[in-house]
Design a binder for this molecule. Structure first.
Ligand code: ZN
Length: 150
């Protein structure tokens, strides 16, 4: 991997902004859902908390990320994308993002749902980092399926 290329990726302004100023970074006191995921390869950790209202909407999100910029930024972007959505929509966003990270280009409408997550498309040039980008999805999906089992 050419270091200059990776610098270019980290130079992406949207990614850098989320990395430096993660959204929804306060942890929730008594969340309905708690979900964590770890990627030992580069020491990434994602911690998510959600509150779910009576209509099944994600009313509040807490997100804390440790590790590389890609992981931290994607967690922040995902937390923004799912806030205010139903759990079903959150699942859909997660699936769309995973498709995108397999090279499937989102439609205009899907890109709207993904929001800033679309800027992760540059990570496709760095296959080893795709796992970092998808760690937040792993946490999200685990959290949602735990919640549904209750
Ligand atoms: Zn990473």
């Amino acid at each position: 991997m050419a270091q200059n290329d990776l610098d270019g990726l980290y130079g992406d302004e949207v990614i850098r902004d989320h990395h430096r100023n993660p959204r929804n970074s306060e942890s929730l006191d008594s969340p309905d859902i708690v979900a964590d995921a770890v990627n030992p390869f580069c020491g990434d950790e994602i911690h998510l908390q959600f509150n779910i209202d009576e209509d099944d909407h994600v009313s509040e999100v807490g997100y804390q990320g440790v590790g590389c910029a890609i992981c931290r930024a994607s967690g922040s972007m995902l937390s923004e994308a799912i806030k205010g959505q139903t759990l079903e929509e959150a699942d859909e966003i997660s699936a769309l993002f995973q498709d995108m990270m397999q090279g499937i280009e989102p439609t205009g409408e899907q890109a709207q749902l993904l929001g800033d997550l679309t800027s992760m498309v540059g990570v496709l040039g760095f296959p080893i980092r795709i796992k970092c980008a998808l760690l937040a999805c792993t946490a999200l999906e685990d959290g949602i399926s735990d919640y549904r089992r209750k």
